[in-house]
Every structure is written in structure tokens, then in C-alpha cells.
Design a protein around this ligand. Sequence first.
Ligand code: FES
Ligand code: FES
Length: 185
Amino acid sequence: MTTSTSSVVTLKINGESHTLTVDHRTTLLDALRERLDLTGTKKGCDQGQCGACTVLLDGRRAVACLQLAVAAEGRAITTIEGVAEGDRLHPVQQAFLELDGYQCGYCTPGQICSALAVLEEHAAGWPSAATADVRPEAGAPALTDEEIRERMSGNLCRCGAYTAIVRAVARAAGEQSGESGTVAA
Ligand code: FES
Ligand code: FES
């Protein structure tokens, strides 16, 4: 029921529609975790600082703790629960698994969602703050360790698994782009 402080929203999450009534102040993160039982998305700082709650909105990464659930209506929301295809892990997940890109695993869903977007952004030729030549004609920069670190810098890992995370993202980039030789792990 819609009131002055709440609304009925339909959220499209991992291809499925979920209709629920939310208080207008409910964040997307709380809607996912507390209302829809999608607890793969983690709450770390709850103030946009750590990246633990990273999800994809229309393919772009967003921190779910700074998004209101009502504002996410009509967007395609992808959470970590929607990344694998059945029992088949996404290459990014597989790389994190095989290369130990985690310790406690709390930051991992956010790291993986972020990495998915990093690969898309890089494939689309987007520069980062670590890109030396940002002219459009320079083309996409090589996905070096420095590029990966910069592009993943919004995702903190309190276990300090950064070296393995960089390696995992590099491995996934190689599997997807066939350029595994461009990154030194
Ligand atoms: S919980 Fe959202 S950025 Fe930390
Ligand atoms: S693996 Fe523990 S916080 Fe990143």
C-alpha cells in the first residue's frame, strides 16, 4: 500500500521482478538483504566508503547503501546471486576461487560485481586515473596491475587480499579478452 512515507515498488533483480512495499528511506541494500533475503550483497560501512555493497544497476556499478530502493525501480539490478549461470561460475568468480582472491570473503561479492564492471569499462575503452594517455585515439590502455588497482580502488578488503584480487581480475580479463599476456600478476 502506498502512503505518504512508503511506496509499492517493483524491483527487477537478476532478471526476476519483486514487488514490495518500502519505506521511502529504505536503501536498496536493506531492501535486498532485509526484505528479499538476498544476503550476498554485504553491508560494511553503510555510507558509501567500502564497496562491500556493490551491485550493478543497468550494468554500471553502484553502492547499494547509497541508493534508495524506490529510485531503483525500472533499473536492471544485478547482485552476486545473479552472476553465475546455474552451477557454472562466471570467469571472474572462477578466477577469484582459483587464485584465492579473498580470505574471509566478506568483501568478495562487491569485489566481483565491481570487477565485472571494470572489465566492461575497459573493453569499452574507458580510461582511468591511472591511464597515461586518455586521448580517444590512444584506444584502450593495457589492463596492467596499476590499472586494475585504480579501477578497483573503491572496493576495500580488510583482509588485505589485494595482490590476489588483482591477479584474479587480470586472469578474468585474459579469459575474456584473450590478452592474458598483458598483465603481470
Ligand atoms: S556498505 Fe556500501 S559502501 Fe560500504
Ligand atoms: S577477504 Fe576479508 S575483507 Fe576482503
